[in-house]
Design a protein around this ligand. Structure first.
Ligand code: FES
Length: 602
């Protein structure tokens, strides 16, 4: 049977055998489509347009699609059975605004792999010492690998100077050209939603280039649990999510290498950070145990791999290192954030780190003791499970203001026509609705609204809703924020606020003792502190202490690439963390319920 798929300007014929739904066929054929709920038919984001062979509308589609969309032939890929000769059209791959900015830090250069130039004396009858021993002596090395010995040129005497690459006492590569300037490393930050690669010159420490992309594992679900479920339910599930990630990393590497006139052989080291589940999936290790109580990972220690034993395409004599993690839900990315902060804050006062992504990780640290927890903030803050929610792509409403005379001002990413709302926009809208008396403390729409406010309150998909903007201003239709959407955000913000309260209680301190709050990650970077504090995502007592560090995890990976001693420092950071499992805290549930309220609650 054949399916014809139109996407990204291509028209592709795909053969399929068994009766499958469209999403399964797309996943098997590496066609990217957003599927935040992992194909459960609950998020409504896997939209496709049927160009032929109309399909009956299911109950799920009636709930998740507008009448206008249904009439146009839009359906959900995960509930639509593929039929022979069916033709479908997918939205273009959306460009995501990826946070690759970070505060900059300088550090002494001391990478794991060192480069040096030496001259080798020509042998004589009096001194017949072998070439390799001469090189060992000059470079303080004592061993090498077979492929290097095999590659010694016969005319080695003709080279006056050679360039050595060494890792501690091991000689790992020799270049015989005089001018071997190209000595680079790669730092990779693997997030659940986005992946960022930094190309670093290991000779100068310069950040030469950056490449970022959406994590391609998203076609198996927006959240880590859906992806792990794929590995449990499908025969080659672990390989599926490993392969798709490694292939895209290699594609990105190739782009960076070509753009900068380099070769894969010029990349000697790669340092990788990510949350614990991402690092398991990268290595093709089952993460199932992390998703079930007591949430135990297979590994948390730093991992060092020979590039020749792994599929990331750098110099085969190079080294790939993963930073350590703390627990199933406090990963290497958070330790990398802490490393970045440790380079700017050494005054041993309490600091609070909040990194909000698909989970919300929080660390309270005073340089001697640290308390960390992970909250199930859920993907709501990234726009999933929200009627008009979307990732930070062009056209997403990112800022929103209601004026005193009830007019609205808003901006979208890249000033495109509005298509939906991203996380920072959601927080802004809800903060404004609360501030302008549309919502009560419980998050419910007020019944006794002023007449001039009632215009914007209506019903959408059976929920009382606020009309964020009307269809004249949007690309498709009116954009609403429903009562259910507000509840989703309340759950996420309640989890983070309660997490902060638990850590403060564990450390036995008060808000006044916290000197600075570091917001890390893309969401934190766009979040307005006043909106976050208005709805209580961050306690209002901390509003004036907030600093943004951008992609602190990416910077931590860069620092660890530039100076291998950072791995010891990170191990120390790891050792001082007391990991608090919130579900084991008796009063967490009570704190969580109290944190669902909006406004200035202590
Ligand atoms: S509704 Fe199809 S993936 Fe969520």
């Amino acid at each position: 049977m054949n399916l014809i798929v139109n996407y990204n300007g291509k028209r592709e014929k795909i053969e399929f055998k068994k009766q499958k739904n469209l999403l399964e066929i797309f996943q098997e054929n590496n066609i990217n489509i957003s599927a935040p709920c992992g194909g459960n038919g609950t998020c409504g984001k896997c939209k496709v347009k049927l160009l032929s062979k109309k399909s009956n509308v299911t109950k799920k589609e009636k709930n998740l699609l507008s009448n206008k969309e249904i009439k146009k032939g839009v359906r959900l890929a995960c509930v639509t059975k593929a039929k022979n000769n069916m033709e479908v059209e997918l939205n273009k791959d959306q460009e995501l605004e990826i946070m690759d900015y970070s505060i900059e830090r300088n550090i002494d250069l001391d990478p794991l792999i060192n480069k040096s130039n030496i001259k080798i004396e020509k042998p004589t009858l009096e001194n017949q010492k072998d070439y390799l021993s001469r090189i060992y002596k000059k470079s303080d090395t004592i061993k090498t690998n077979y492929s290097l010995i095999k590659s010694f040129p016969e005319n080695i005497d003709e080279f006056n100077e050679i360039t050595l690459f060494t890792k501690n006492e091991k000689l790992i590569d020799i270049k015989y050209n005089k001018n071997t300037k190209n000595y680079y490393g790669i730092s990779i930050d693997i997030g659940t939603t986005t992946v960022v690669l930094y190309l670093i010159n290991l000779e100068t420490g310069e950040k030469k280039d950056v490449y970022s992309f959406k994590n391609p594992q998203q076609k198996y679900g927006a959240d880590v649990i859906s992806r792990v479920n794929h590995t449990i339910e499908k025969e080659n599930g672990i390989e599926d999510i490993q392969d798709v990630l490694i292939k895209k990393i290699n594609y990105a590497l190739k782009k960076l290498i070509n753009k900068n006139n380099l070769k894969a052989n010029n990349i000697y080291q790669c340092v990788i950070v990510g949350n614990t589940i991402m690092l398991h999936t990268l290595l093709g290790v089952s993460a199932e145990s992390i998703t079930k109580s007591p949430f135990t990972p297979i590994f948390t220690n730093s991992v060092e791999l020979k590039a020749s034993n792994f599929d990331i395409n750098i110099n085969k004599n190079g080294i790939i290192k993963l930073l350590p993690s703390v627990s199933g839900y406090i990963g290497a990315d958070i330790l990398a954030d802490m490393l970045t902060i440790s380079q700017i804050n050494d005054n041993n006062k309490w600091s609070l780190l909040i990194d909000i992504g698909t989970n919300g990780e929080i660390v309270l640290d005073n340089g001697e003791n640290a308390y960390a927890c992970s909250t199930a903030a859920g993907p709501a803050l990234e726009g999933a499970n929200i009627s008009f929610g979307m990732a930070g792509i062009p056209g997403a409403i990112s800022e929103y203001k209601i004026t005193e005379d009830n007019q609205i001002n808003y901006s979208t990413i890249r000033d495109r026509k509005a298509k939906g709302i991203c996380g920072s926009g959601l927080i802004d809208i809800i903060a404004e609705l609360y501030d302008k008396d549309y919502l009560d403390k419980n998050g419910g729409f007020k019944k006794d609204l002023d007449e001039n406010k009632k215009d914007r309150i209506t019903e959408y998909k059976n929920f009382t809703s606020y009309k964020v903007i009307d269809n004249n201003d949007s690309e498709n239709s009116d954009i609403f924020l429903t009562q259910k959407d507000i509840r989703e955000i309340q759950l996420a913000k309640g989890a983070i606020e309660a997490g902060i309260k638990v850590l403060i209680q564990e450390a036995d301190i008060s808000y006044e003792d916290i000197e600075v709050v570091y917001l890390a990650g893309g969401f934190g970077n766009y979040l307005k502190p006043e909106s976050a504090c208005t709805i209580g995502l961050i306690p209002y007592q901390l509003e004036n202490k907030i600093e943004r560090i951008g992609n602190g995890a990416g910077m931590g990976a860069i620092l660890s690439l530039l100076n291998d001693n950072m791995f010891d420092l990170i191990q120390n950071l790891k050792n001082r963390i007391n990991y608090i499992e919130l579900s084991s805290k008796k009063d967490f549930q009570e704190k969580f319920m109290n944190s669902m309220y909006f406004g200035k609650i202590s």
